[in-house]
Design a protein around this ligand. Structure first.
Ligand code: NAP
Length: 286
């Protein structure tokens, strides 16, 4: 039995869907209603309700589990350490952790990268088998542009000409499933990127082509970007996101890595495929 945390999230939900075809899987969720609202996730998926702030719920979800997919999102809490403590007690053998490529890059010293690096270290020294999935930014981050594209036809973004080798989160899930089911992925870190580096301006142009209408692009100043981010995130997270974005400027996020294909035998999806599959989010309501 495999436990999937973050099962209502972008990557975890897809991991549940892919694993459900292969064998027994248990989905950890805070809200079964939210999981149900996302639609059917596969016959025979067990649901466990829990959250990292309540370790006893994690302990209960881990009963009978040998392998687990770990997603954490809060840079202010030691959720990885809580989960790993319970996993050791439960006799789990292998944890596949969703981390980030910046965790492996020494010059990334923002809050989020430092937390991921500490959490990676906790897993590597836990005594459990480990796999670190280190993706570059998700293609799905472009969904943040959907409202503006629908209402004004203009995308506004920071560092608009700086390229990043963005990845489809469904490919992160594919890599997770391979890591959870193949012994050769134990005690390994995988650098996961898409097949090409694209700037925000280039992604906007690809979306325009698929939508069949022109889209404008406006470069945000750092202060304009900050003003938008503070509406959604705490100040320390805003600082971390802006600090991380600076690394786009000298091409530090542009490298295309081979690990996805080497591990899965698949080609990573290109941005156009992700965008075509999510086009309805960007299309103007008739
Ligand atoms: N986005 C990117 O570009 C990017 C790039 C590289 C790495 N990453 C990493 O990817 C991870 C995020 O993955 P994602 O996008 O799949 O996540 P997501 O869509 O934001 O979903 C987060 C999941 O975690 C669950 N969750 C949140 N707080 C929880 C808690 N206290 N206890 C138990 N479950 C909790 C959420 O449940 P609810 O549905 O109940 O909220 C949800 O299922 C982060 O570690 C991030 O650093 C992201």
């Amino acid at each position: 039995m495999i436990l999937v945390t973050g099962a209502t999230g972008r990557v975890g939900r897809e991991v549940v869907r892919l694993l459900a075809d292969r064998g027994p899987v248990r989905a950890l969720v805070r809200s079964p209603e939210r999981l149900a609202a996302l639609g059917p996730c596969g016959a025979g998926v067990e649901v466990a309700v829990g959250r990292y702030e309540q370790p006893e719920t994690i302990a209960a979800a881990l009963r009978g589990i040998r392998r687990a997919f770990l997603v954490t999102t809060d840079p202010f809490r030691p959720d990885d350490e809580v989960f790993l403590g319970e996993a050791r007690r439960a006799g789990v053998e292998h944890v596949v952790k969703l981390s980030a490529l910046a965790a492996a890059e020494e010059d990334a010293q923002d809050l989020i990268s430092r937390r991921q690096r500490a959490a990676e270290q906790a897993l590597r020294t836990s005594g459990l088998g480990w796999t670190l999935l280190r993706p570059r930014a998700f293609m799905s981050n472009s969904l943040a542009w959907a409202d503006d594209i629908r209402s004004t036809g203009v995308v506004s973004a920071l560092h608009g000409d700086a390229p990043a080798a963005v990845i489809d989160p469904r490919d992160v899930a594919e890599a997770a499933v391979h890591a959870l089911t193949q012994a050769r992925c134990v005690d390994t870190a995988l650098a996961l990127t898409g097949p090409e580096a694209l700037s925000a301006r280039e992604r906007t142009a690809r979306l325009a082509g698929l939508l069949g209408r022109p889209l404008g692009f406006r470069e945000l100043t750092v202060e304009e970007a900050r003003a938008g981010l503070v509406l959604r995130y705490p100040p320390q997270v805003v600082d971390a996101l802006l600090e991380s974005a600076v690394r786009l400027l000298d091409g530090r996020k542009a490298a295309v890595e081979p690990d996805f294909t080497a591990t899965t035998g698949l080609l990573p999806r290109c941005f156009d495929v992700w965008a075509a599959d999510h086009l309805s989010a960007f299309a103007a309501v008739a």
